[in-house]
Design a protein around this ligand. Structure first.
Ligand SMILES: Cc1ncc(COP(=O)(O)O)c(C=O)c1O
Length: 458
């Protein structure tokens, strides 16, 4: 039987949650157009929609909120955050943003021209959308094993280095304004990227004079996986691993709502002074003055403290073990998941769970709805609804190779009993899986479709 890790904290504040009946959930889901994003949080029992911004902050972070300096310019919390970012990442400059996608928006506005391409192991949906919004082309070059949900390779977030080099030669380096790596790879199962791959990606990009940015939302979880899975780093402190990861890059985008354990916040960091100056202009236009950038002083303080807490090794052992527990329990019940479990989430493999539903009938979305009906549990589809795109030349739909339902685990929020009830709901659902039907759109917006699309069961 899978073992639950010991929590390195105790609980000081609680938030009541309520269970609903299946009949109530059927009506709620119908009214929400079968899109879990449209369901009110109070109607969800266990909310695994995202690990983003859903962390329980520590007493130190809450105390930090009380020393927020709300001056428009030069507030003290900015300098505390600067110290944390410079010490951990080594990047010389940064601008705070209200969340990760705002950092992406500023970065791509400063760098991407229409027709240019941005390669990555795998872009997250907001990253993909922000590249497209600049007229650019997001390109995913994940190595082969990352696309195999049954492979137990240790670093399934790695980018295919040969493909990267071939791609740059094919389009010409002048058409690649930057390259990226998402650590860990959220859209590909929360899988880590190896240190060797981060180093090699940097080397290839730099050989062609192309800047290299990390999408660093889950840098601490990635660093901890390197410690666990690469014997060369078994005795290296996670902080040093993180510093080495950043040392190969020229900058990063960061949604602090993940590994900085806050409910809002992000930043864009870089070494290039000219880029920093352009970023400041865009920041002032879109977010705010460079020493607050769309956040209150108190939020900056919570990020500064959270960045250090997210690197605590006892916390990371609990965090990665907590996610692993859910994955291992599901595997014990023979429920197909993407293996091994990621850092922040377990991904149900909808293709193997519902083989009778073709991708055109949205098996991931059907599974997401069924999980809510079964246990009041909210996950998110990461499959055709999120990523299928029309081929601009043929007009045909191109479906993603992975069809997943992500159960993302908020940090420091749910207990073993909560996770056991998720397993129980999955077990019941799996027993009746042949009865689950596909879905079709009744409304599908052109960009970031999954947030607002509406559906009906077939
Ligand atoms: C890998 C990755 N990049 C970027 C983002 C965007 O961050 P935010 O939601 O703070 O805008 C996310 C959010 O989930 C993410 O997982």
């Amino acid at each position: 039987m899978a073992k639950f890790p010991v929590e390195p904290f105790r609980i000081k504040v609680v938030e009541p949650i309520r269970q609903t009946t299946r009949a109530e959930r059927e009506e709620i889901l119908r009214q929400a157009g079968y899109n879990l994003f449209a369901v009110q949080a109070e109607d969800v029992y266990i909310d695994l929609l995202t690990d983003s911004g859903t962390s329980a902050m520590s007493d130190s972070q809450w105390a930090g909120m009380m020393v927020g300096d709300e001056s428009y310019a030069g507030c003290r919390n900015f300098f505390n955050l600067e110290e944390a970012i410079q010490s951990i990442t080594g990047f010389r400059y940064f601008v705070p943003t209200h969340q990760g996608r705002a950092a992406e928006n500023v970065l791509f506005t400063c760098t991407v021209e229409p027709g240019q391409s941005v390669p990555s192991n795998m872009h997250f949906d907001t990253t993909q959308a922000n590249v497209i919004a600049r007229g650019g082309e997001p390109v995913n070059l994940l190595a082969e094993e990352g696309l195999d949900p049954t492979s137990h390779a240790p670093f399934k977030g790695d980018l295919d280095i040969d493909k990267l080099e071939a791609f740059i030669q094919q389009v010409g380096p002048e058409n690649v304004p930057l390259g990226m790596l998402t650590v860990t790879n959220n859209s590909g199962g929360g899988q880590p990227v190896s240190m060797a791959n981060i180093r090699a990606t940097g080397e290839v990009l730099h050989r062609y004079g192309i800047p290299f940015f990390l999408d660093a939302c889950r840098f601490a979880e990635n660093a901890y996986f390197i410690k666990l899975r690469d014997p060369a780093y078994a005795d290296t402190p996670v902080l040093d691993i993180a510093r080495e990861m950043f040392s190969y890059a020229d900058g990063c985008t960061m949604s602090a709502k993940k590994d900085a354990l806050v409910n809002i916040g992000g930043f864009l960091a870089m070494n290039d002074e000219a880029l920093y100056q352009r970023a400041c202009q865009q920041l002032i236009l879109r977010e705010g003055f460079p020493t607050y950038g769309g956040l209150a002083g108190r939020d900056l303080e919570a990020v500064a403290r959270g960045l250090w807490e997210g690197l605590d090794e006892q916390y990371l052992a609990y965090r990665i073990g907590h996610t692993r527990y859910l994955g291992d329990r599901l595997v014990e019940e023979d429920i197909p998941i993407l293996e091994p479990p990621g850092g922040h989430a377990v991904y149900l493999d909808a293709k193997r769970l519902l083989p009778h539903i073709p991708q055109s009938q949205l098996p991931g979305q059907a599974l997401t709805c069924e999980l809510y009906l079964e246990g009041g549990i909210r996950g998110v589809e990461i499959g055709s609804v999120m990523f299928a795109r029309e081929d601009p030349e043929t007009g045909e739909m191109v479906y993603p190779s992975l069809e997943l339902v992500r159960l993302a685990i908020p940090r420091r929020v749910y207990t073993q009993a909560h996770l056991d009830s998720v397993v129980e709901a999955c077990r019941r659902l799996y027993g009746g899986r042949e009865q689950i039907r596909g879905m079709r759109y009744t409304y599908a917006p052109p960009l970031l479709r999954h947030f607002t699309a509406q559906f009906e069961p077939l």
